[in-house]
Design a binder for this molecule. Sequence first.
Ligand SMILES: [Zn+2]
Length: 330
Amino acid sequence: MGFKLLLIIVVVITGVLLFVSYKESTALKAQGDLLLQQNKPQEALLYYEEAKNIFPLRQDVNDDISSVNLLMNSQTEYSQIVDQEYAESQTIPLLQNIVPAALKNGEYFVPILMYHHIRINPMPASPLWASLNVDPNLLDSELNYLHTNDFHIITLGDLIKIMNGQEKLPKNPVILTFDDGYEDFYTNAFPLLQKYKMKATEFVITQVETAPAYLSWDQIVALDKSGLVEIAAHTQHHPFLTDLNATLIDKEIMGSKSDIESHLGHTVNWFAYPYGAYNNFIVSETQKAGFTGAVSTIYGAVQSKDKLFLMPRIAADGRFTLDEFIKRIR
Ligand SMILES: [Zn+2]
């Protein structure tokens, strides 16, 4: 009698648990379906994977995952997962509309330059691609200008020390950042950083190692060991974080930090929001994940302690002349 009752209880509890997780996975699948309708396969995939984690035996979810993967493979050009319709494109104000900053106490004029691809633009007809692709010769002339005109390349870590009064702000400070961890950073930008002995931060996406357009972990480790490049986090899959639920947001933020830390064996300090998309929750989760700060795509060069998790940057646009580049960082 006692055994039978126990068996019934076990069966009922198992049934209830299965039912609850099936319902939960159905809700996640529905969210994925919605995002797919909005043409956001990358974000939809993250929901489908989570639905599969919670309830692994669903054929419909497995089918969703295969079809989204097929769709993404057919859509991505140059094996890139970053949605090139958006990327970290920035609304760059016209030079004549920029008002010189009147610095308040605790504010510092430190331009953080934002680069993406360093290569000859494969799609010159697209304005966005023209913006995101900086010709290696242009980067060379920009760095050469900084090198020969009394500019001082500092790091994000130096900026914190300056804000804390542990370091002096040098004349004409500039911080170099590169987003997405493209392989062309290694082949085209890194040799120039070595040539001018300049430090930079590279924000890598951690779960794209199979895509040839991205840095391999071997290259990432080599950059880290060079002492010139600080590796920083840019999520695991480069989704619009604003489209994700709390669980997936945390996975993307904390997961990318621990992915890099396990390869490099030391702490990762900086984060960049994919597409510059954020809200209050995302910013506070980034703080809780243990980062020192995070860069945004908000245009500007005035840095302060209260903006450490939304540091403004200036896009080094591929279409800038050297003259325009200079005017934006003075
Ligand atoms: Zn990005």
